[in-house]
Design a protein around this ligand. Structure first.
Ligand code: KG4
Ligand code: ZN
Length: 324
């Protein structure tokens, strides 16, 4: 079973071909660097770039795999959530190829894709808890079997990656802020007092806007008083608060649902502090922890191909429920 996968939900135009849900024959990712100068993704610019690049990326992927569209069985494409203009480019490309070559098109949820990025390198052991942390999402998801997702909790305001990017923009260290602040945090010490917002004790929801504001307020206060703020220490303090909250809520969910595996998914799964602290805690609990290699953490079409494979295999239009 060969799946041609297309991802265009944000600022990456990506095309992959996945064989039998695991083997990556090609995974071409074009990242739109243009957004760096704005300190964030500009939706209209993003969709226009996707239009310019989609056929080039498709051609490159087919060439790299040495295949033609006739060698493909099915097409998987990210259909939600994401920037609407950007999503439409990928979906239209998928539908056009599907129509021209008579191939079925599987509509894939981007979050499922991030979760299934883990499957490229590790099998799943159920029940598992997935911590999905990206630029647009922060969710704790319970999976009892393939393609069965129960959202236990989610952010009530900013996503983790979004908080990283906004803090980085205010302190003017560059975009995307996550990898930059992560690197700075490595040489800093968590000396600045910042709120570790855990909401209600039994809640799996998150809130990061208060923490983000606290960092920005601290920065402005030091600036106004002409005091020296150590940026690396600030990054370390911010990261410490983020990681503490993410790890403690994940531990709570893993305990409650007797998880055999915990996985981290999404762009923020690349975070070194999160990986290290989660590993320590999961080792103590005897739970298997997985996270994708760095290149598979951020948006790419291979993960959409794997999710599409399982969606099709399970013959499900997907179960996506919210727990009480
Ligand atoms: O999953 P992704 O590529 O796009 C969305 O679906 O949103 O995630 C991008 C996000 C950005 O906010 C970026 O700053 C963050 O992931 N990110 C990180 C790291 N690498 C990427 N955040 C923290 N630490 C990192 N090392
Ligand atoms: Zn993503």
């Amino acid at each position: 079973m060969r799946i041609l996968a297309i991802e265009s939900s944000c600022d990456e135009t990506s095309v992959a071909i996945i064989e039998d849900g695991k083997k990556v024959l090609t995974n071409v990712v074009y990242t739109q660097a243009i957004h760096q100068k704005y300190g964030g993704v500009v939706p209209e610019v993003a969709s226009r770039r996707h239009i310019e690049k989609i056929t080039l990326v498709l051609d490159e992927a087919m060439k790299e795999a040495g295949l033609t569209y006739n060698d493909i069985d099915k097409i998987a494409v990210t259909s939600e959530p994401g920037l609407i203009g950007s999503l439409m480019v990928g979906v239209n490309a998928a539908k056009t190829i599907g129509l021209a070559y008579n191939k079925p098109v599987i509509m894939v949820n981007h979050i499922y894709g991030h979760i299934y990025a883990n499957y490229l390198e590790h099998d799943f052991i159920f029940p598992l808890i997935a911590l999905v942390v990206s630029g647009g999402h922060t969710e704790l998801v319970l999976m009892k079997k393939h393609f069965d997702f129960t959202v236990l909790g989610q952010t009530l305001d900013d996503a983790v990656g979004e908080a990283y990017d906004k803090v980085a923009r205010v302190v003017e260290v560059g975009y995307p802020g996550g990898p930059i602040l992560d690197k700075m945090a490595k040489t800093g010490k968590a000396i600045y007092p910042l709120p570790h917002i855990k909401l209600a004790k039994d809640s799996f929801d998150f809130s990061f806007s208060g923490l983000k504001s606290a960092v920005i307020n601290l920065y402005n206060k030091y600036k106004a008083q002409n005091l020296t703020l150590n940026y690396n220490d600030l990054a370390a303090s911010f990261q410490d608060a983020v990681v503490d909250v993410l790890v403690s809520k994940t531990k709570m969910a893993a305990q409650k649902y007797q998880a055999k595996q915990v996985l981290i998914a999404g762009g923020v799964a690349a975070n070194s502090g999160l990986r290290a602290r989660m590993q320590d805690e999961m080792d103590k609990m005897g739970i298997i922890l997985t996270y994708p290699t760095i290149k598979n953490c951020t948006d790419n079409a291979a993960m959409i191909g794997v999710a599409g494979y399982f969606q099709d295999k399970e013959k499900l239009s997907s179960i996506y429920t919210t727990s009480n």
